[in-house]
Design a protein around this ligand. Structure first.
Ligand code: ADP
Length: 450
């Protein structure tokens, strides 16, 4: 698992990056294809409408060609007038702006470009380069639209009848059609697909994140459980070895007949037995915590008396280590809704830790005071302290700082997670402040009984 994990992460990351890269390219290609498609459609639309107009010209204006056969005969004045009359009529004379608009709209609709905005113009351009175009029919925004080649797509088609003469001096009419803001037309077509791609990519990234964090959590949990098993083995091995030695000693002839020595060794067995019992209790309690089966019987309790009782139990241990406790129970109101047993364990765990993680001269200062709604206890020691990472994690089950794992200080890493559960059940808060090498302060805040 340890070796495979980085490989799994690497493979998943690589495939994610590859997939995102391919998706990105796919989107760009899709946009380009859609732009080309739009250009083709614009060409088709222009050709369709242009074709209709050419057809109209062919059927409605057969005249000019017939006239041009005769220029060598010369014109008399009335011939000129006749020529004027026989001149083919322009499209503007036959169609209004609306007619062209309707034709174009119909063509756009039939090419699946229903809401596309367009501009158009029919102009006539003389073959003489110098003369400028004459706009016969023009939509309102045609001129700015055709000039903006960056944002707009345009198509220009000369309306030349099949039988028209390119040499003719008559100006050539052209149909120009412009699609305004063609990029947003393309974007409208591909938007849903892009949203889909982005959404599913995000889903895959989220799934990847959840998978990795679950694997990491499991890994951490298995490390913690290993530590726990190591600690537990150690915790049981020591008393078992002591008991075994004491039993051997009790079997010794000299000891059997020596009342005092027998009592001494059986006392050791009893004491080790008590210690092992305590540890089994702690493990059972942890199992209850796991199943959230702890029962709390909250009743009005004066907690200062609980603190005094707990400290009395630690008196012997403190005397042995020449430790001191500075107790200042300043809170005027110490009546809380509390579970006596669990609250006793809570205080006991905090004091126990203050002694366990101490240095040579133990000094524990316990003070209490009230805020308007709470009872507050501060328990301060001058022990080994802990770093920020430890402070963040001490309330996690099985967590022990690394100094704790060296086995110079015994424990399962369960005490403070139990403390946290008890504090939560009392609707309180617990905070820790600590400096490595200097000591630790636990701040406990529990609401007063109303
Ligand atoms: P245990 O004491 O059994 O290891 P706890 O849950 O009581 O488990 O404590 C978790 C860890 O928090 C300890 O291993 C220790 O590293 C750290 N810790 C707790 N109390 C103190 C303290 N007063 N001073 C320094 N470190 C402490």
């Amino acid at each position: 698992m340890k070796k495979n994990f980085p490989i799994i992460i690497l493979l998943i990351s690589l495939s994610l990056i590859g997939m995102i890269y391919i998706q990105w390219n796919w989107i760009i290609t899709m946009v380009e294809v859609k732009q080309d498609e739009l250009k083709t459609k614009l060409f088709d639309v222009t050709s369709t409408v242009g074709g209709e107009l050419i057809h109209f010209k062919e059927t409605a204006n057969p005249g000019l060609k017939n006239l041009q056969i005769r220029p060598s005969f010369g014109f008399r004045p009335y011939d000129k007038l006749q020529l004027e009359l026989m001149k083919p009529s322009t499209l503007a004379q036959n169609f209004t702006k609306d007619d062209i608009n309707i034709k174009l709209r119909k063509a756009f609709n039939s090419h699946d470009l229903r809401d596309t905005k367009f501009e158009f113009c029919i102009s006539s351009e003389s073959s003489n380069q110098l003369s400028s175009s004459i706009y016969e029919i023009k939509s309102t925004n045609f001129l700015p639209a055709i000039e903006d080649t960056e944002h707009n797509l345009s198509e220009i088609m000369p309306l030349l009848a099949e039988n028209s003469d390119l040499e003719s001096p008559e100006p050539v009419e052209t149909l120009s059609v412009v699609i305004s803001d063609y990029k947003s037309v393309v974007m409208n077509q591909v938007r849903l697909k892009i949203i889909g791609v982005v959404f599913f990519t995000l889903v895959i990234i989220a799934a990847f994140y959840v998978t990795v964090s679950t694997i990491l959590r499991q890994k951490k949990l298995s490390e913690i459980k290993n530590d726990f098993i190591n600690n537990m083995t150690h915790e049981f091995k020591t008393p078992l070895a002591t008991i075994s030695l004491a039993v051997d000693a009790l079997r010794n002839e000299k000891v059997i007949h020596d009342q005092q020595k027998s009592e001494y060794f059986s006392g050791i067995i009893k004491e080790e037995n008590r210690r092992m019992n305590k540890q089994v209790e702690a493990i059972l309690q942890a199992a209850l915590l796991e199943k959230q089966e702890l029962q709390f019987n909250l009743q009005p309790v004066h907690v200062h008396s609980i603190i005094r009782d707990v400290l009395e139990n630690f008196q012997l241990q403190l005397e042995e280590k020449q430790g001191k406790i500075d107790l200042q129970l300043n809170a005027r109101n110490d009546l809380l809704e509390a579970d006596e047993v669990h609250f006793t364990n809570l205080i006991s765990n905090l004091v126990d830790n203050a002694i366990k993680y101490s240095k040579d001269q133990i000094l524990i200062k316990i003070t209490t005071h009230n805020s308007s709604r709470n009872w507050i206890m501060r328990i301060e020691d001058n022990g080994i302290g802990m770093n920020k990472e430890t402070q963040r994690r001490i309330f996690e089950k099985f967590y022990r700082a690394h100094t704790g794992n060296i086995h110079n200080v015994k424990g399962f890493g369960l005490g403070l997670s139990y403390v946290k559960t008890v504090v939560d059940a009392h609707h309180g808060k617990i905070k820790v402040e600590s400096t490595v090498g200097k000591g630790t302060v636990f701040l406990l805040e529990i609401p007063l009984k109303k």
